[in-house]
Design a protein around this ligand. Structure first.
Ligand SMILES: Cc1ncc(COP(=O)(O)O)c(C=O)c1O
Length: 335
């Protein structure tokens, strides 16, 4: 099936099988050790349920996406790697591709919408990546990255709709469910939906009674609205929460989430900042906005989730200094 959308003509790719996800675990094992998963008693007391935090912000790139990049690059042959890779990103997908490209010795170019988070730009440059800022939104950056791919013969790496990326990020849910097999709910931040789609596939195979809930910003609700409406929709993309800043539903991740995702909540950017502060003060965890969105979703659903065992993935920790000051300002304002 072919889907025509403003991201271009997108071939709808297959979802990875559970066997692909198990194979991805073997692929990443020599590159990325399992990340910790544990509870913070002060956080549990503050939110009224047992929260199992999965700490993906401790990845070498500071975000869960790197799992996907490593699996994707590991699956390319020498000629494909030599052509190089180009991606558009608000930062963490870019770091994932760049980290894997450095690991497998492939040229890499990343296009970011401006103004880009300086923490992410610095990390990309440290990986030896060619970094460009283009346009104001991920959609602007995508058009530019696709043009580079077409003119220079590089491979365009979509931010979510790629079975290797989904299988790679799925490994985090295999790890989480091995550490906490009895979870009732899993709260997953959503931008393009690779993480939520992966969570759906893994829970379906390993923990069918665990309900996956997606969380997106109300200021960029494309994935939420696409899931609710059952069709790929464009929406304004105005959130300041980088990882959630997507203006379109994507074909493959939406198809996986449809019928598998239990629910999908929208939170405000202010609620995301409040969750960042709570992680800082009650769980000694520095999260970027998207990394705290799962907890923001939990807080929005607090009454429904009270007393349950809830998995929350801290998907990333690449907060800029300005973002961290903003988070701490809430504390000052409340004092
Ligand atoms: C830290 C973080 N969390 C969550 C997301 C959302 O992931 P996805 O686009 O797979 O839905 C991203 C996307 O870049 C991210 O960087």
């Amino acid at each position: 099936m072919i889907n025509r959308f403003f991201w271009g003509i997108v071939a709808q790719v297959d979802a990875p099988s559970f066997a692909d996800i198990v194979a991805a675990q073997t692929t990443i094992a020599p590159h990325l050790p399992a990340t910790p998963a544990w509870s913070a008693p002060a956080l549990d007391a503050a939110v009224g349920c047992n929260v199992m935090l999965k700490h993906e912000h401790v990845q070498p790139t500071g975000a869960f996406k790197v799992r996907g990049g490593v699996v994707l690059l590991a699956g390319l042959d020498a000629a494909q790697r030599a052509r190089g890779l180009v991606a558009c990103s608000t930062g963490n997908h870019g770091q994932s591709v760049a980290y894997a490209a450095a690991t497998f010795d492939a040229p890499c170019r990343i296009v970011l919408p401006g103004p880009a988070n300086p923490t992410k730009v610095r990390a990309l440059r440290a990986l030896g990546t060619d970094v460009q800022e283009h346009g104001d939104t991920l959609e602007d950056a995508s058009s530019h990255a696709r043009a580079i791919a077409a003119s220079e013969g590089m491979r365009f790496v979509h931010p979510a709709d790629d079975p290797a990326l989904i299988a790679g990020v799925a490994t985090l849910y295999v790890e989480l469910l091995a550490a906490a097999p009895e979870l009732d709910y899993l709260l997953v931040p959503v931008g393009g939906g690779s993480g939520a789609a992966a969570a759906c596939l893994v829970t379906e195979a390993l923990a069918p009674r665990c309900r996956v809930i997606g969380v997106q910003s109300a200021a960029s609700p494309a994935a939420h609205d696409s899931w609710l409406g059952g069709e790929l929709l464009k929406r304004p993309n105005r959130t300041s929460v980088e990882g959630l800043a997507t203006g379109a539903g994507f074909a493959t991740t939406q198809r996986i989430m449809r019928g598998r995702l239990h629910d999908f909540v929208l939170v405000t950017d202010a609620e995301v900042r409040a969750a960042q502060l709570l992680l800082l003060t009650h769980a000694h965890t520095v999260a970027e906005g998207a990394g705290a969105a799962g907890l923001a979703g939990l807080l929005a659903l607090r009454e429904r989730l009270a007393g349950h065992r809830v998995g929350v993935v801290v998907t990333g920790g690449n907060a800029s200094p300005a973002e961290l000051l903003n988070v701490l300002d809430q504390r000052r304002a409340a004092a």
